[in-house]
Design a protein. Structure first.
Length: 231
């Protein structure tokens, strides 16, 4: 299954409990999209990911009222080169900008997100289910095979206690972003909200590397997407 072939297909997701040997079942929303929207017939080819790095080329053998069943013909495994990197993003004042940033980061390959409350941002955003659906759609659209994870933490203090190297992004830093990924280590990329991180928040990360992503001021979501594209 070549990359050029995959570039022209529709990708579907189904969780691991729907896999049994060489057979895969699609149900719920993915079933509706595959059958009612895309009109996939019995005997047709369909491409399915397990969200764990594999994409399966399958032949549809059964369509019932609520399920589609397919036989696996071929499997392609994808590597997750930045699966040890966590994007720590503040809850932005504008929820649409947060959703846009997550969507584009997923398309660029980011698979781990941590949302946090920052001192300089007052946000009522709490709809993590909606954000997970956006991330899932972005994964399928970009033909990626790793289902993104999204967690919420109440503050940067919680992130500071996580094991791994912390990397901060601040406009006023004199260090341009430079990074070599050691796959044996977890990295937490921490982005500030509108107005930046407070002195108290910065003090939580004594000794951490602090980078700038450019000489011009960017919106938070722009900085987040630029970092993802550089990776």
């Amino acid at each position: 299954m070549s990359s050029s072939l995959l570039s022209n297909v529709e990708l579907y997701f189904t969780p691991k409990e729907n896999y049994s040997g060489d057979q895969i079942v699609i149900d719920k929303d993915e079933f509706k999209h595959a059958v009612q929207v895309m009109r996939n017939p019995v005997g047709g080819l369909i491409y399915i990911t397990n969200g764990k790095g594999s994409i399966f080329k399958c032949e549809i053998i059964l369509i019932e009222q609520k399920i589609l069943k397919a036989n696996v013909l071929e499997e392609v495994k994808r590597e997750n080169d930045i699966g040890n990197i966590y994007f720590c993003i503040p809850k932005l004042k504008n929820p649409d900008r947060l959703k846009f940033a997550v969507e584009k980061c997923v398309e660029l390959g980011v698979t781990n997100f941590i949302l946090f409350d920052s001192e300089r941002t007052i946000s009522k955003f709490s709809n993590i289910n909606r954000l997970e659906k956006i991330a899932l759609a972005a994964m399928k659209q970009s033909l990626r095979a790793y289902l993104p994870t999204i967690k919420m933490l109440d503050s940067l203090n919680s992130i500071s206690k996580l094991g791994g190297e912390k990397i901060l992004f601040e406009q006023n830093s004199e260090m341009n972003f430079s990074f070599i990924n050691n796959r044996d280590m977890n990295y937490y990329f921490i982005f500030g909200p509108e107005g930046g991180l407070t002195e108290k928040e910065l003090n939580l990360f004594q000794g951490a590397k602090i980078f700038s992503l450019g000489e011009y001021r960017m919106r938070s979501e722009t900085a987040i997407m630029k970092c993802a594209s550089l990776l």
